[in-house]
Design a protein around this ligand. Structure first.
Ligand code: FES
Ligand SMILES: [Fe+2]
Length: 325
């Protein structure tokens, strides 16, 4: 009897069905895990990065250290440990974590304290350099930001941080007419688009004296956890948006933080810029809450699709401390 060859079926994975907007995957990227001043020397804090619980503390010279909270020995919770000479001592068998004499360093994650916030990189190998956190172009000194209160949004952080790339919603939701969107050349884990648009149909724009004014801004997605907006017109300001994934069991979604950097100038100009940014964010928050992504892309979704493609291409972070002992 003739043996039939098995049929080969070619499976194409559409953009946005990799890691993008998936609640069960945390992508290797920089994430904000809280305010710097909330982390006191000598204390071990817990931070959630998707399904992974982290232990975060200050080592020698106040440097922030972070690793998976499961001890690399037998998995005790390191957030129940104590800090001795800048190392966390596990509550179970007293293994020491952190740089210095006899400490386990393998599972330490890259960290950065900047803008009054603490950033941790999910995964030992950084997909984007630290200077992409300090400013939109990695060079400018932006001064101290205004930190807005954190919020929980029950949708993927990718949809929150990718909102500016979704040019198709500018008109219907914000009363902003798109003129032009151009991709900017960047390296692998950074995705940037230059936007030109016009503020047209919203009472808010009239109240701010901005009706008919042109918007010139650059949106820069830094990995899957941060997005910069650098606005040149009609008002100058920069914003760093962060979204950190929450545990599915606790309702999922993300915890967002906003660092707002007004341009130097009179207070009234700074408040107008904040009003412009805040109005847009409030419109978005309403529709993003509970949004469940499906990849039914159209030509008008090209920018958001490019951002999704960048995230789909990033490695996944599974937590876990390195082998020590
Ligand atoms: S479980 Fe942490 S030292 Fe044993
Ligand atoms: Fe929006």
């Amino acid at each position: 009897m003739a043996v039939r060859e098995p049929k080969l079926v070619q499976v194409r994975t559409p953009v946005g069905t990799g890691a993008f907007a998936r609640a069960d995957v945390t992508v290797a990227s920089w994430y904000c895990v809280g305010k710097g001043r909330a982390l006191k020397p000598g204390a071990v804090s817990a931070a959630q990065l998707g399904e992974t619980k982290l232990a975060v503390w200050r080592g020698d010279n106040s440097r922030v250290l972070a690793m998976d909270a499961r001890c690399p020995h037998l998995g005790a919770d390191l957030t129940q440990g104590r800090v001795v000479h800048g190392q966390v001592v596990c509550p179970m068998h007293a293994w020491k974590m952190g740089p210095g004499g006899g400490g386990c360093e393998r599972g330490l994650l890259p960290t950065l304290e900047h803008h009054g916030l603490i950033f941790v990189h999910a995964g030992a190998v950084c997909v984007a350099s630290r200077d992409r956190i300090t400013s939109p172009n990695g060079e400018e000194n932006l001064g101290r930001p205004w930190l807005l209160p954190p919020q929980t949004i029950r949708t993927s952080g990718h949809l929150v941080l990718g909102n500016g790339f979704d040019t198709g919603h500018y008109g219907p939701l914000h009363g902003v007419e798109l003129i032009d969107a151009k991709r900017v050349e960047e390296d692998g884990a950074v995705y940037a688009v230059d936007i030109r648009a016009r503020l047209v149909r919203k009472r808010r724009w009239r109240a701010l004296g901005l009706t008919g004014r042109e918007v010139v801004a650059r949106f820069i997605g830094v990995g899957a956890g941060l997005t910069w907006v650098s606005c040149e017109a009609p008002l100058r300001f920069s914003v760093l948006f962060s979204a950190t994934p929450l545990r599915a069991k606790e309702g999922g979604g993300c915890r967002t933080r906003v660092a707002f950097f007004p341009a130097r100038g009179p207070a009234v100009a700074k408040l107008r810029a904040l009003g412009l940014m805040y109005g847009l964010v409030c419109d978005d928050r309403r529709v993003l809450e509970g949004m469940r992504f499906r990849p039914n892309w159209t030509a008008a979704d090209a920018c958001l699709r490019g951002y999704a493609e960048m995230i789909d291409g990033l490695p996944h972070f599974g937590g876990g401390a390195g082998a020590c002992g």
